[in-house]
Design a protein around this ligand. Structure first.
Ligand SMILES: NC(=O)c1ccc[n+]([C@@H]2O[C@H](COP(=O)([O-])OP(=O)(O)OC[C@H]3O[C@@H](n4cnc5c(N)ncnc54)[C@H](OP(=O)(O)O)[C@@H]3O)[C@@H](O)[C@H]2O)c1
Length: 365
């Protein structure tokens, strides 16, 4: 029997890769729902090919359409490939409805990790990461999660890895969007240039693998071949490697803990991968990274505030309203002004998110 898949954000970079993966696995999976924000032409093309039971634009049908698609009775797996906080309700609803959520939408876990975990426990849903670093960890852990000691996630370092701080502050949009190793949507590409993305991922890892921040690290690895290192309690380290492609982590999120043979991605070649190098993260220069990690350590509402301030600042940068350097500055100011509190419920998270968005807009004026 084929398994039903709902793809939220099917017209984006991850959404399209997910459909490419499913296109090679038609005897195993069928598409039951597709959503996009506003890209009607692309959604119509996808719908014509996949004939889902449900398809629509959230700009027309409202944010609750994401929840409708995420809880579709024929969907066994929900690929959440929406960008930003907009994906939160759908993740919670799918987990409460007992679905597997293949999660690309990392903002969801950063904002409300404890609530997401509680929703999975309450509804019997399962959260499987799509992010390549977290997929790498999951694969390294197979069979022995209890002996996990420390995680080291790799970061490409982005386009400004070797730049001086002053030059980074005035980098142009075209420079920020020129990612050295990955082709992705514009928001996550800018997050990779500020390294806010790696802070989001450390917070994501904290929730997924239940590790304190003293056991979570990031290292710059410009080749993006090693996706993560897992250190076990005896000091042994296992790493997961591969040429950069999101198709493998997406497929693994669909089939975990099983693997499928011959899935049609480029075979690994250590010689072609070339020398692999590692450097520390320059957290004095990439201040959005440092602010994000500090927000993760602070806990409570601080990660949601970090995420919201980052989303607003990145949107302003993408719209040409502020220079690149203002992104990290705005995040720091909003976090400085925030009095964080424990997350009691979804309302606490929403209030912190809304406050941070308003404050970030003021700071960026
Ligand atoms: N791209 C990657 O390689 C990669 C890797 C790891 C993790 N991720 C994470 O995966 C998520 C998606 O990234 P992406 O690069 O695929 O983004 P993207 O290319 O910008 O695609 C975003 C998708 O979500 C839809 N969307 C945008 N805003 C929405 C809203 N407010 N409500 C509902 N739907 C909305 C878009 O629809 P329209 O097309 O109609 O605008 C599109 O289908 C992000 O959380 C990112 O951090 C991405």
């Amino acid at each position: 029997m084929t398994r039903g898949v709902a793809i939220l954000g099917s017209t984006g970079s991850i959404g399209k890769s997910a459909l490419a993966v499913l296109g090679r696995q038609r005897e195993r999976f069928r598409v039951v729902a597709l959503t996009a924000q506003a890209n009607r032409a692309a959604l119509e093309r996808q719908s014509a090919e996949w004939a889902p039971q449900l398809a629509g634009l959230t700009c027309e049908r409202g944010p609750e359409f994401l929840v409708e698609a995420a809880t579709h009775p024929d969907a066994h797996i929900v690929v959440n490939a929406v960008v930003g906080a907009a994906g939160l309700d759908a993740t919670l609803a799918a987990l409460r409805a007992g679905k597997r959520v293949a999660l690309a939408n990392k903002e969801t876990l950063v904002m409300a990790g404890d609530l997401v975990r509680a929703a999975a426990e309450a509804g019997g849903g399962e959260l499987v990461p799509v992010d390549s670093e977290h997929s790498a960890v999951l694969q390294c852990l197979a069979g022995s999660p209890a002996t996990l000691g420390r995680l080291i996630l790799t970061a490409s370092g982005g386009p400004f890895r070797t730049w001086e701080a002053g030059r980074i502050a005035t980098a142009t949009l075209a420079e920020a969007l020129k990612h050295p190793t990955w082709s992705m949507g514009s928001k996550v590409t800018v997050d990779s240039a500020t390294l806010a993305n790696k802070a989001l991922e450390l917070i994501e890892a904290h929730h997924l693998f239940r590790l304190g921040y003293d056991r979570l690290e990031a290292v710059v690895h410009p080749q993006s071949i090693v996706h993560a290192f897992v250190e076990f309690c005896d000091g042994s380290v296992i790493a997961q490697l591969g040429f950069p492609t999101m198709e493998l982590p997406i497929l693994y999120a669909l089939t975990h803990p099983e693997r499928l043979p011959d899935v049609g991605v480029r075979r690994f070649d250590p010689v072609a991968a070339g020398p692999l190098t590692f450097e520390p993260v320059r957290s004095d220069v990439f201040r959005a990274f440092a602010a994000g990690v500090a927000a993760g350590r602070a806990g409570g509402t601080a990660p949601a505030v970090f995420n919201a301030a980052n989303e607003v600042a990145v949107a302003a940068f993408l719209a040409g309203q502020v220079p690149f350097g203002r992104i990290a500055e705005a995040i720091e100011r909003v976090l400085d002004d925030h009095r964080h509190e424990p997350v009691r419920d979804l309302e606490t998270v929403r209030a912190a998110d809304q406050w941070a968005r308003g404050r970030a807009r003021e700071v960026l004026q």
